[in-house]
Design a protein around this ligand. Structure first.
Ligand code: NAP
Length: 304
């Protein structure tokens, strides 16, 4: 099974990048798209994010054999309800949401009987909207496909092949495992960044201008993450609540251990811990998942 017509619902960073990547890597595939925001639809047309920008989600999906929802996780249910009844028989429905168990449930409830194969390209930047997308976003990034139990292997292969063609490395896992892994690698770091940047900006005795002026001391890198889209991240935390709370508990315990090491002057514990974490950073660079350059290769658009 291979796809001939792909519909993209939501034409922001992920939807726009998907449309552009299809045009570059799979030029034989026709793309149609829809976004709830008329201004985004206008910009999508100007930038050519998809071949045809439609005025309704139903129009966009009517001929599609693959539909990909690229809307915030909390909007998946409403977006899917808009296409119920318009979906072509046999079409595969997927998404790019950052949490998987709740999205799979929302799509299955809104589209009973449809072939639903959720996925999450672990690729992004702190930018959002129709001007943020670019064709190489998925290159050498992982895309995690999370089929429900009993999914047709043919559909799983077709969705996996689609993302491979756009440059991604594909891994298949359960939605539950995805949510646990991403809670620690993505969701918790965002929560920490949002907290630190908030704490610094609320400090008495340290001015906002000092925070900005001396930001190169580590704070700056947190501000990039903390500039991520508020709607998207609100939805991620609400939809992956259990796994995030579990990881937050573990993190709090580890933080308390380091706090204690500082208080009692246990330099060896601090040194050993920092040596272990430095090795993880090296592995990430060795595996091509980040860039050792001081700007993290941001000039090449390789954001996370
Ligand atoms: P984005 O740039 O804000 O784009 C989302 C678009 O969907 C917006 O234009 C939004 O319009 C539109 N939308 C909202 N509800 C809709 C509906 N019912 N029907 C049609 N369009 C609707 O967000 P994004 O960064 O592309 O994120 C999209 C999805 O990708 C999210 O589920 C996110 O978790 C996932 N993801 C994001 C990243 C990342 O780094 N950003 C990485 C991997 C996966 P309005 O602005 O008017 O609401």
């Amino acid at each position: 099974m291979s796809f001939q017509r792909v519909a993209i619902i939501g034409l922001g960073l992920l939807g726009g990048s998907t449309g552009l990547a299809v045009a570059e890597h799979l030029p034989g595939i026709a793309t149609a798209g829809y976004d709830a925001d008329p201004e985004t639809r206008r910009r999508a047309g100007e930038r050519g994010l998809v071949g045809t920008v439609c005025d309704s989600a139903a129009d966009a999906v009517r001929d599609a054999d693959l539909v990909i929802f690229c809307v915030p996780v909390g909007a998946m249910s409403a977006a899917a309800a808009e296409i119920a009844g318009a979906l072509k028989p046999g079409a595969v429905v997927s998404d790019v949401g950052s949490s998987k168990e709740s999205v799979a449930k929302a799509l299955a409830e809104a589209l009973p009987g449809a072939a639903i194969i959720p996925a999450h390209p672990v690729a992004g930047t702190e930018n959002s909207g129709p001007d943020a997308g670019f064709a190489s976003l998925f290159r050498n990034r992982w895309c995690i496909v999370t089929p429900p139990e009993g999914a047709e292997p043919e559909h799983v292969t077709a969705v996996s092949d689609f993302w491979t063609a756009l440059g991604a490395n594909v891994e298949v896992m359960t939605p539950q495992h995805h949510d646990l892994v991403l809670a620690v690698t993505s969701h918790l770091p965002h929560l920490i960044a949002y907290t630190i940047v908030g704490t610094a900006s609320d400090l008495e005795g340290v001015t906002q201008s000092e925070v900005i002026k001396y930001s190169a001391g580590g704070f700056r890198d947190f501000t990039r993450i903390a500039a991520s889209d508020p709607t998207m991240w609100r939805d991620v935390f609400l939809s992956n609540k259990d796994a995030v709370l579990e990881m937050l508990q573990r993190f709090t315990e580890d933080l308390t251990a380091l706090q204690r090491a500082i208080r009692v002057g246990d330099g060896q514990q601090l040194f050993d811990h920092f040596t272990r974490t430095r090795a993880i950073r090296r592995s990430i660079i060795e595996q091509g998942q980040d860039d050792a350059r001081p700007d993290f290769g941001r000039s090449d658009h390789n954001g996370g």
